[in-house]
Design a protein around this ligand. Structure first.
Ligand code: HEC
Length: 201
């Protein structure tokens, strides 16, 4: 209660109307001089809305490359599916087809590398990998078809199915899934700070 009285007294002394923070103006400290900016300010003019870029120009999913054809394919796939989300949100479904075309080309490079024997999955059977990859790309084709037909529900459902297929292949064929991130160090949260003053237990 004592704090509250001090706060009220200080609020009055400092001529402020906003909620008082006891620590902000302790008795030993003179009240801070009024800041020029504290004077009534004219409302800032609303910024003119900027036209959002079309999703198809946001990222070039042909740019990412990896250490092997599958890494390249995966990086482009990740990029293309991120763009697919943007395209759905911006009602630019045909952009999905454009981005996935890039992934398809990367998949062809993977198939060529497998056929040439220059790439094989680090674990698992190569034939099983190819079968899974083909099934996965059929899902991507369904996504492209729905996108070209401007079928929002169909595109969203196909996108969900493709995302649902990532982990199955990774679990079987990816050399080492990234280790789970170390738990972030607990950020000290100062409950004693004036803003967080909690009632005493
Ligand atoms: C048919 C198998 C298969 C499917 C399906 C698949 N991946 Fe992969 N993915 C792999 C393999 C194999 C690797 C490991 C490549 C390597 O490191 O050599 C990988 C690696 C990755 C990587 C890491 C690339 C890097 O930078 O090292 C990302 C990101 C990724 N996949 C995203 C996805 C996403 C997103 C999906 C689903 C939408 C998906 N993958 C579906 C096989 C697959």
């Amino acid at each position: 209660m004592r704090h509250a009285w001090i706060a009220i007294a200080l609020t009055a002394a400092c001529g402020r109307t906003e909620p008082a923070k006891p620590a902000a103006c302790p008795p030993a400290t003179p009240c801070p001089p009024p800041v020029a900016a504290a004077a009534p300010t004219a409302p800032t003019a609303p910024t003119a809305p900027t036209a959002p870029p079309p999703a198809s120009t946001v990222a070039d999913c042909a740019a990412p490359t990896g250490a092997n054809p599958v890494q390249t394919e995966m990086r482009r796939l990740e990029c293309a599916l991120q763009q697919a989300v943007a395209a759905i949100g911006r009602d630019d479904l045909p952009a999905i087809a454009h981005q996935l075309h890039v992934v398809h080309a990367a998949k062809e490079a993977t198939a060529a590398a497998i056929a040439a024997g220059s790439w094989a999955p680090a674990t698992g059977d190569v034939k099983a990998f190819v079968a899974l990859d083909q099934a996965f790309h059929r899902e991507l084709e369904a996504l492209v078809e729905a996108a070209m037909a401007r079928d929002h529900a169909g595109a969203a459902a196909a996108l969900g199915r493709t995302l649902g297929a990532c982990q199955g292949c990774h679990a079987a064929f990816r050399p080492a899934a990234p280790a789970p991130a170390a738990p972030a160090p607990a950020t000290p949260h100062d409950h004693a700070a004036p803003d967080h003053a909690a009632p005493a237990h």
